[in-house]
Structures are given as structure tokens and as C-alpha cells.
Design a protein around this ligand. Structure first.
Ligand code: UDX
Ligand code: ADP
Length: 482
């Protein structure tokens, strides 16, 4: 199978562009894949000799980068040159929610996508297929197309440029990105030009069975991506809403999830109650749907989806409030260990992590936080919380807490993070947290000690034994522990 594509450029070396292009390069050794980014530090990190310093942590990624980098996979800041060399260009830049102007707080800010389209228009040569990879609001392809066409007609005679635009949304989830890319449920390609669609489809067919490659019109493809994330997020808000009811009634959310998940019409995935969904996509994509629905005069549809986000916000706040309530109504001056800061396990990404809002609430109440995460850096946590953070490594002292007035500390050692605290709050489902020896650890805590487990990291069996120690436990959606 040959697509005729020899040279690919991906603009944006982030969580989507980096892993996606690594897998593509691995599967298509005859295609040269160049990943470009304006962020020189990020490119430098992608080119690190020490593979533990890649800018993104994903299981299986570093092995692929080791195999392909310098062969047919290249990370560079030579944006102009790589665009002009390419016969297919993926746009994989960030599209955060607008913070000001029309649609602020809901619509996506497309300034980076627009800037990309203008760069492509300026530097591309010959016929180029432009593929939207970033999650974008419906009808963005039209914007890209207009920019490219306007440019093509003005300079076509000098550089012979022409374009096709395709939508090829990414469905990878962080932490399982490599698996999702190597064995996707489906690949979606939306577009108007059949020849261009076939070329992209041929690339995927090197490793994806043809029946899993769905071809649609461009608007369906864009809307399917938003809808897919909205449905997943809706399931999480649904189960989280029921977890509050479980706690009130004595039911157990794990049992309820299992019971409803065995109905094949419902299915068992995405029914794990947690501290609320995070990540760069769910909230942004739902708010995009809300904006679009209002824009098209469908306020009932907009309100329906907005409730998914509202429930998530309420749920996170509910957890902070109950921590304060259980600790005798005040956490002022109390030390609280935060286990996990990433928005989920197996990633170093903290975007929209529930940990951010819960930690901010606790800091607001005057708590002293001792934070641990196996992959998130203290610098990132400091940025997310807008707080100075002291680390056990930097200070090279056993327990810096007694020596300063700061309220945020990072400990790379779990036991040190827990030492001397009134409460432990588990916010990310890292496997190591399910292996903590609570019978030992609790001896170092101040009494009465609390564990708040928002991730069901503590199994039923451990819970039974823990109850024998001098420990109070709250577990998400568990009506049996009060
Ligand atoms: C999501 C989509 O899954 C993916 O298809 C899309 O391309 C990008 O957005 P991602 O944000 O990486 O992927 O992670 P995901 O596994 O979907 O988790 C999102 C959030 O929901 C996390 O905070 C996670 O902890 C939470 N979650 C997930 C739950 O609370 N319960 C669940 O059962 C599943
Ligand atoms: P995602 O999760 O969608 O991959 P990220 O924020 O991780 O988002 O990555 C997007 C990347 O796109 C960033 O590294 C950013 O520097 C890069 N980027 C944004 N605009 C441009 C541009 N015009 N040219 C090159 N790179 C860009």
C-alpha cells in the first residue's frame, strides 16, 4: 500500500503531536516525519540524549523515540523549512478556551491554529494536504481552508501551491497514548476530496485494519470528536453525582458501577468515580459544544451539556468542603499530604487536574500542603497553584516545614510527605499509592488522622484491615465509612 506521501511535517510537539508522530514514524519507516514547534526548549527536550528527559511522559514512548529519532523522526524548530519540504502537514497546536472577547470562557481560542494556517500558506510548496489534528470547534476546517485558498490564489503562480484540508481528530488518552495510537478503536477522516482522504487512509492502513477507518464529511468528523469527549465526560459526571448519593444512603459506588456496567447497553468503561474529570479536552470540548449550541440558537442543548461541567466543578468543591468538615471544621495551620497532582495516573500532565482546585481550596482555608507526585515536577505544581513551593531536595533538609513560613511543599518520598500530617488526600490513582503500608505510615501522623481516598486506591480488603488502626477513612462514594 503506498500513499505517495514521503515527507510529513507536524506543527506542534505537544501531548498530541509528539506521541502521534512518533507512532506514525515507527509504522512508516519510508516516510520522513518532522515535528516542529516554536517552543525551542520543548524541541530541545525532545532531542535529549537522556530519554527520561523527554517533555512528555507516556508509557512506551521513549522506546519508540529511541528507535526512530534521527532515522525518520526529527524534532526541530525549523518551522519554515519543514513546512516547505512537506507533502502532508498535521496541525497539532494548542486550542485553549478563550479568556477574553467574544465567547470568553467557552469558545476555543483559535489564534494558534490561524497562525499555523498562515505559516503553511506562506511556506508550503506544491500540492499539500493539511490535516487538522488539534481538537477544534466545528467548522474550523473552513477557516483554515479560506486562509490557504486566499494565499494560494495570490501566490500560486510563483510557488505553485495548492491545498486540501482534512479533519483527522485524535482520540488518544494520555497515559495510554501509545496503545491507543497503535491499536485504535477507529480512525476518523473527514474531508471533501476523496484522493486526499485515500492518501491519509493509506498511511493508517499500514497498521490499522481498513474497516476501522471511518470516512465522513468534514463537519461530522469535527463534531464527532467533540461529541465523543462530551459523552465520556457526561458518564463521569453521572457516576460522580451518584457517588454523593451513595455516601448519603450507605450504598457503595463501586458496587453500583459494577452492577450497572454489566448491562451491555451501558458498558463498564468510564464508570469509575473520582475527584472529577481533568485533562485538556473534556471541559474545553463541552464548553465548545455549549458555545456552538447557543450560537445556533439551541439554548436547551447548551444548558444540557453545560450541566456536565457544572456538576464536575461542584463535585471537586464538595470534596474540599468535606475534608475541612471532617477535620473539625478547620484546616488552618494543619498539615495535609496530597498524594498525586497529575489529572490521572501515568501522565505528567496537570491541565485541569482536580488536584489544582482542591489544593487551592485547602490553601485558601489555611492548610499547609505536603505534595507528592511521581511524575509532576515541583515547578509545574508551583505554577498551577501560583504558589512558591519548597522541595525536600532543594532544601536538603529532612523536614523543611519547621523552618519556613511557606504553605506548599513537595516531597519526592511518599513517607516524608505523610510524616506529621493530620490527613492524607489521594487525588491521582498512581499504583504506588495502592501499595502504601498504612499500618506503618499512620504511626507518623498526628492523631486523630484521616485518609481521604478520592480514587478508590484503598481496596476493600485493605479497608477492612485499616479499620483496626487508629485511622479515620473517607472513600469516594462509600456510604459504609462515615
Ligand atoms: C480524553 C479522551 O479519553 C480521549 O479520547 C481524547 O482524545 C482526549 O480526552 P484524556 O483527557 O487523556 O483523554 O484522559 P481520560 O482517560 O479520558 O480521562 C479524563 C479524566 O476523566 C481524568 O481526570 C480521569 O481521571 C477521569 N476519569 C476517567 C474518571 O474520573 N473516571 C473514569 O471512569 C474515567
Ligand atoms: P496538545 O495537548 O493539543 O498537544 P500542547 O499545548 O501540549 O497541546 O502542544 C501544542 C504545541 O504547539 C506547543 O508546544 C506550542 O508551542 C506549539 N505551537 C503553538 N502554535 C504554534 C505555531 N504557530 N508553530 C509551531 N508550534 C506551535
Amino acid at each position: 500500500m503506498t500513499s505517495g506521501i514521503k515527507n510529513i511535517c507536524c506543527i506542534g510537539a505537544g501531548y498530541v503531536g509528539g506521541p502521534t508522530m512518533s507512532v506514525l514514524a515507527d509504522k512508516c519507516p519510508e516516510i520522513q516525519v518532522n515535528v516542529v514547534d516554536l517552543n525551542v526548549a520543548r524541541i530541545k527536550a525532545w532531542n535529549s540524549r537522556d530519554l527520561s528527559k523527554l517533555p512528555i511522559f507516556e508509557p512506551g514512548l521513549k522506546e519508540i523515540v529511541e528507535r526512530c529519532r534521527g532515522e525518520n523522526l526529527h524534532f526541530t524548530d525549523e518551522v519554515e523549512k519543514k513546512i516547505s519540504d512537506a507533502d502532508m502537514i498535521f496541525i497539532s497546536v494548542n486550542t485553549p478556551t478563550k479568556t477574553s472577547g467574544v465567547g470568553a470562557g467557552k469558545a476555543s481560542d483559535l489564534k494558534w491554529v490561524e497562525a499555523c494556517a498562515r505559516e503553511v500558506a506562506k511556506f508550503a510548496k506544491g500540492h499539500t494536504i493539511v490535516v487538522e489534528k488539534s481538537t477544534l470547534p466545528v467548522r474550523t476546517a473552513e477557516v483554515i481552508k479560506k486562509i490557504l485558498e486566499a494565499s494560494a490564489s495570490s501566490v500560486a503562480e510563483t510557488k505553485n501551491a495548492s491545498f486540501d484540508v482534512l479533519s483527522n481528530p485524535e482520540f488518544l488518552a494520555e497515559g495510554t497514548a501509545i496503545k491507543d495510537l497503535e491499536d485504535p478503536d477507529r480512525v476518523l477522516i473527514g474531508g471533501e476530496n476523496e484522493k486526499a482522504i485515500e492518501k491519509l487512509s493509506d498511511i493508517y492502513q499500514r497498521w490499522v485494519p481498513e474497516e476501522k477507518i471511518l470516512k465522513t464529511n468534514i463537519w461530522s468528523s469535527e463534531l464527532a470528536k467533540l461529541t465523543s469527549n462530551a459523552f465520556l465526560a457526561q458518564r463521569i459526571s453521572s457516576i460522580n453525582s451518584i457517588s454523593a448519593l451513595c455516601e448519603a444512603t450507605g450504598a457503595d459506588i463501586r458496587e453500583v458501577s459494577r452492577a450497572i456496567g454489566t448491562d451491555t447497553r451501558i458498558g463498564s468503561k468510564f464508570l469509575t468515580s473520582g475527584p472529577g474529570f481533568g485533562g485538556s479536552c473534556f471541559k474545553k470540548d463541552i464548553l465548545n459544544l455549549v458555545y456552538l449550541s447557543n450560537h445556533f440558537g439551541l439554548p436547551e442543548v447548551a444548558n444540557f451539556w453545560e450541566e456536565v461541567v457544572n456538576l464536575n466543578k461542584w463535585h471537586q468543591n464538595r470534596i474540599s468542603k468535606l475534608i475541612v468538615k471532617k477535620l473539625f471544621g478547620t484546616v488552618s495551620g494543619k498539615k495535609i499530604a496530597i498524594l498525586g497532582f497529575a489529572f490521572k495516573a501515568d501522565t505528567n500532565d496537570t491541565r485541569e487536574s482536580a488536584a489544582i482546585s482542591i489544593c487551592k481550596d485547602l490553601l485558601e482555608e489555611g492548610a499547609l500542603l505536603k505534595i507528592n507526585d511521581p511524575k509532576v515536577s515541583p515547578e509545574q505544581i508551583s505554577q498551577d497553584l501560583s504558589q512558591k513551593i519548597l522541595t525536600d531536595k532543594i532544601n536538603k533538609v529532612k523536614n523543611p516545614i519547621n523552618q519556613t513560613n511557606e504553605c506548599c511543599y513537595f516531597f519526592s518520598d511518599i513517607n516524608k510527605a505523610i510524616d506529621g500530617t493530620d490527613a492524607v488526600v489521594i487525588l491521582t490513582e498512581w499504583e504506588i499509592y495502592s501499595k502504601i503500608n498504612w499500618s506503618e505510615v499512620c504511626k507518623t501522623m498526628r492523631k486523630p488522622s484521616w485518609i481521604f481516598d478520592t480514587r478508590s486506591s484503598i481496596s476493600d480488603e485493605t479497608l477492612r484491615t485499616i479499620k483496626k488502626y487508629d485511622l479515620n477513612i473517607w472513600r469516594i462514594g462509600d456510604g459504609s465509612v462515615k
